[in-house]
Design a protein around this ligand. Structure first.
Ligand code: NAP
Length: 167
């Protein structure tokens, strides 16, 4: 079975974005995202796709899938799907891990309707003025372990902790 994972960074109020953009620049969290998803399949909502500057998409060295209801949408270098479950099912026997990479709408549907194997959640030690939030899921279903911590430094205005949730 293909492994299904979700990866997200959120603030102390579960904020994940504002005005269709991220609210922080945390290079070591970005590095973790890049290393974790390298060579794998990433699945994103159309708004998340739009938020990635054109020169950075598709995200290199991984298969990019975009979910939209717009049947005429084209996303160069990406696979376009019109249903989240159709996308997941099309990779049924793939050896790579499928990573749900947001945004808020896609995370919510994934947490509510998919059987996820792993979650990678970065908790940032700050509260921003977000307009998009991570859906509140039941943590009791998961075992939570710390995999990386970062204190504020020259490159990081905020500290953070990366947690892995597994079953
Ligand atoms: N902090 C993080 O880790 C992180 C990660 C990623 C994104 N973000 C942030 O999240 C925000 C964007 O999130 P969002 O909730 O606004 O949008 P989103 O989840 O990125 O995209 C929503 C869009 O996806 C499509 N869609 C959703 N469900 C669908 C379904 N079941 N079938 C077909 N298409 C479907 C629709 O596209 P159409 O309208 O084209 O039909 C919908 O408008 C931004 O601020 C971004 O920076 C944060």
């Amino acid at each position: 079975m293909t492994k299904l994972a979700l990866i997200v960074a959120m603030d102390e109020a579960r904020g994940i974005g504002k005005n269709n953009d991220l609210m922080w620049n945390l290079p070591n969290d970005m590095k973790f995202f890049k290393e974790k998803t390298y060579g794998q399949i990433v699945i994103m909502g159309r708004k998340n796709y739009d938020s990635i500057p054109e020169r950075f998409r598709p995200l290199p060295n991984r298969e990019n899938c975009v979910i939209t209801r717009n049947t005429s949408m084209e996303a160069p270098g990406c696979k376009v799907f019109h249903d989240l479950h159709e996308c997941i099912n099309s990779y049924k026997n793939d050896e790579r891990t499928l990573f749900i990479i947001g945004g808020g709408d896609i995370y919510r549907q994934a947490l509510q309707t998919l059987t996820l194997d792993e979650l990678y959640i970065t908790e940032i030690d700050h509260t921003f003025d977000a307009d998009t939030f991570l859906f509140h899921f039941d943590e009791a279903d998961w075992r939570k372990t710390i995999i990386q911590t970062q204190i504020p430094d020259d490159l990081h205005d905020y500290g953070f902790t990366i947690y892995k949730y597994s079953k």
